[in-house]
Design a protein around this ligand. Structure first.
Ligand code: NI
Length: 168
């Protein structure tokens, strides 16, 4: 499963690129609902957490002795880091650069390194391998968010066919 997770992580930049290709700046800024992120915010977030939320944690487990891992509140971070003001193209490019380096690094990790642990302050013990699976899981969640923005954009144009669906 780890290989599958690494493949997913490696595939995310291209998936993102395809999903946002052709979107205008205002489409990227649009929140589908007041409590849902825009594409711009999702891109800013992926760029922001790639090091801090992901790589740094895996590295800490490998280099340290069961380090304590601080929780990461993405909603608060989005406000503090002004995700809504970030240039989406720059966020995307910066994310892709970091991801490329990280995939190379992840592929060098040995089985004994993957078994190393950290202690997450909220959920307890986590291994480096588990963190990598979560990393891929996190990617897919945010890709789904982008799909959701696109679904919302189609909604007003569907007429009576809306009756078959509910927007969550
Ligand atoms: Ni997230």
């Amino acid at each position: 499963m780890l290989e599958a997770a690494l493949e997913m992580l490696a595939a995310t930049p291209e998936k993102l690129r395809r999903e946002v290709a052709g979107m205008s700046a205002s489409e990227m800024r649009r929140r589908p609902a007041p409590d849902k992120w825009s594409v711009q915010e999702v891109l800013a977030h992926l760029d922001d957490v790639e090091e801090l939320g992901m790589r740094a944690r895996v590295a800490a487990m490998i280099e340290g002795n069961e380090p304590s891992l601080a929780p990461f509140d993405q909603e608060r971070r989005a406000v503090e880091q002004r995700y809504d003001r970030r240039n989406p193209q720059k966020s995307f490019e910066s994310f892709v650069r970091q991801r490329r380096v990280n995939i190379k690094w992840l592929r060098t990790l040995k089985p004994r390194e993957l078994k190393r642990k950290g202690i997450h302050q909220t959920v307890g013990e986590v291994t480096a391998a588990e963190m990598i699976h979560e990393w891929a899981f996190h990617d897919l969640g945010h890709l789904r968010q982008i799909m959701e923005v696109k679904r919302y954009a189609l909604w007003p144009h569907m007429g009576n066919m809306q009756k078959f669906y509910k927007l969550s």
